[in-house]
Design a protein around this ligand. Structure first.
Ligand SMILES: [Zn+2]
Ligand SMILES: [Zn+2]
Length: 443
C-alpha cells in the first residue's frame, strides 16, 4: 500500500506524517474505485449485455475479442490480437515497477439459455458438426465486464501505481485449451512475463462476497478413454465369444475401489465414467466397448495413484476374461490452480480491509480451471471467486424456503449484473494495486 498511501498523503500536504493505517487508506481507495465504477458502469452494462446476448464458443470468440480490443485501445492499452488463435494481450506501461497480469476468459457454452432475461442469448452456432444454442452460462461475460472495468479504473488511478498492466483475454477455457494455446503462442516470450497474475470466477453465492484460499483452489482434471477388446459372436452362444460388455461393466464397478480402497480417504479424488459405447443389437456380442470418464484430484500424488489404479483395474478385468489387453489412454487436462501464499497474503490485507467478513476463505472447488497453466509456468498467482445473487435469495435457498439457486452451467444461471461487476472491479483493482506495492520477482 505504501506508494499510494504516500501519494494520497502528499496530495493532502501531510507528507511529513507517518503513513496511516492500511485499513484507512484502503477504504479511501475503495471509495475512489467505487466512484470510477459509477461513472463507467453504464458503458460496462451495455458491453456486458451485448456480450451476454451474443456469446461465442471456444476458439470462435472473434467478435467478442474484437469488442474488447476496441475498448482496451480506447483507454490507451497497446493491444495484440490473435494470440493463441482468438486471444488478446493488452499492455499498459506506467513507469518502472512489476508487471501484473489480469486474465478473463472469452468463451461461452454450447447450451440453450432459459433465463427469460431481456438480454438472454438466442444465438446458435455449429459445434462438433451440429447446430447448437450458445450461452454465457458460466458467467465469463461477467469476468469480461469486470476485467474491462478494472483496466479503466487502474488507468484512471495511474498516479497511484507504477509498473506494467498485462490484461489478457483467453479463449477456450471451457475446453481447457485456451491458456496453453496462448502460452504456446508466446504469451510469456513475445510479451513480458508477469511478476504476478490474478483471475476471478463468479459463482452462486451472494453478490458483494468474495471467496478465496491459499494453495490448491481447483482440481486436476484428466480424462480416460479405454477400449476393451473381446471376440464378437452370437448372444445365444457366449462360450464362443469374449464379451467386452461384461468386461466394461466389471471395470465400471471395480474402478471405484481405487477410490474407496486405494486412495487415502482424507484426500480428494473422483473417477466418473460419463460414456460407454458398444454394440448394436440385443443378440450380438460386440467385439469392442469404449468407456470414457473424468478423473479429478487436488494433489499430484493422488492423481498418479488414481491413474495407476485405473490402468491396473482395466488390465485386470480384461485378463480375467482372457481378453487381449485394453487400449488405455489417460490424457492430462487442466492442472489444479495453486494460489501463491505470498501473493494471497498481500492481496488479503487490502481485500480484508475493503470487504471485511464478506471476504472469506472457502474450500477448494472440485471443478477445474486452466488458469492453473499460468502459475505452472512460474507466475505467482491468485484466483478468487465472486458471488452473483441477491443475498436474500441465497439465504432463502439455504434455509429451504426458496428453490436452490442455479449454479454455473445451468440454463437458468443469471447473475445480477451491477453489484456483481462492481465487486469484481473493486476486488480486482485492489488486488492489482496491492501487487504493485511488491518488488518484481525478476523472472
Ligand atoms: Zn464453465
Ligand atoms: Zn467458467
Amino acid at each position: 500500500m505504501m506508494r499510494f498511501v504516500v501519494s494520497l498523503l502528499a496530495s493532502l500536504a501531510l507528507c511529513s506524517a507517518p503513513p496511516a493505517r492500511a485499513e484507512f487508506d484502503v477504504a479511501r481507495l475503495k471509495a475512489a474505485i467505487g466512484a470510477a465504477i459509477e461513472t463507467d458502469y453504464p458503458r460496462l452494462d451495455a458491453i456486458y449485455k451485448d456480450i451476454h446476448a451474443h456469446p461465442e464458443l471456444a476458439f470462435q470468440e472473434v467478435k467478442t475479442a474484437a469488442k474488447l480490443a476496441a475498448e482496451m485501445r480506447a483507454i490507451g492499452f497497446d493491444v495484440t490480437e490473435q494470440v493463441g488463435k482468438t486471444g488478446l494481450v493488452a499492455i499498459y506501461r506506467n513507469g518502472n515497477g512489476p508487471t501484473v497480469m489480469v486474465r478473463t476468459e472469452l468463451d461461452a457454452l454450447p447450451m440453450e439459455e432459459k433465463t427469460g432475461l431481456p438480454y438472454a442469448s438466442r444465438d446458435k452456432t455449429t459445434w462438433q458438426g451440429r447446430e447448437t444454442f450458445v450461452a454465457h452460462s458460466c458467467g465469463h461475460d461477467i469476468h469480461m465486464a469486470s476485467w474491462l472495468g478494472t483496466a479503466k479504473t487502474l488507468v484512471s488511478l495511474k498516479d497511484q501505481w507504477h509498473g506494467t498492466l498485462m490484461f489478457i483475454a483467453q479463449p477456450a477455457e471451457e475446453i481447457g485449451a485456451g491458456a496453453m494455446a496462448m502460452l504456446w503462442d508466446g504469451l510469456f516470450t513475445r510479451f513480458p512475463k508477469p511478476d504476478f497474475a490474478f483471475g476471478l470466477h463468479d459463482g452462486p453465492f451472494p453478490y458483494g462476497h468474495i471467496n478465496y484460499r491459499v494453495g490448491v483452489g481447483s482440481s486436476n482434471s484428466d480424462s480416460l478413454a479405454i477400449k476393451f477388446h473381446g471376440r464378437g459372436g452370437h448372444g445365444a452362444a457366449p462360450q464362443q465369444t469374449i464379451d467386452p460388455v461384461l468386461i466394461a461393466a466389471r471395470f465400471i464397478v471395480d474402478v471405484q475401489t481405487v477410490i474407496s480402497r486405494e486412495k487415502d480417504p482424507i484426500e480428494f479424488g473422483v473417477v466418473s465414467i460419463g460414456a460407454i459405447h458398444g454394440g448394436t443389437a440385443e443378440n450380438i456380442i460386440p467385439d469392442e466397448v469404449v468407456v470414457r470418464g473424468t478423473i479429478r484430484s487436488f494433489k499430484p500424488e493422488v492423481r498418479a495413484k488414481m491413474a495407476a489404479g485405473i490402468e491396473r483395474t482395466a488390465k485386470a478385468v480384461a485378463a480375467m476374461s482372457d481378453a487381449p489387453p485394453p487400449d488405455i489412454s489417460i490424457t492430462e487436462g487442466a492442472k489444479a490452480v495453486m494460489n501463491d501464499p505470498a501473493v494471497v497474503a498481500i492481496a488479503e490485507k487490502a481485500l480484508k480491509a475493503a470487504f471485511g467478513d464478506k471476504f472469506r476463505t472457502s474450500p477448494p472447488v472440485t471443478a477445474s480451471e486452466d488458469f492453473s497453466e499460468f502459475a505452472d509456468s512460474g507466475v505467482p498467482s491468485m484466483f478468487f471467486h465472486i458471488g452473483v445473487y441477491e443475498p436474500e435469495r441465497v439465504a432463502a435457498a439455504l434455509n429451504g424456503t426458496a428453490p436452490p439457486l442455479p449454479p454455473n452451467h445451468s440454463p437458468l444461471f443469471a447473475p445480477v449484473p451491477k453489484p456483481t461487476i462492481q465487486t469484481g472491479v473493486e476486488a480486482m483493482t485492489l488486488a492489482v494495486l496491492s501487487a504493485f506495492e511488491q518488488p518484481a520477482r525478476g523472472n
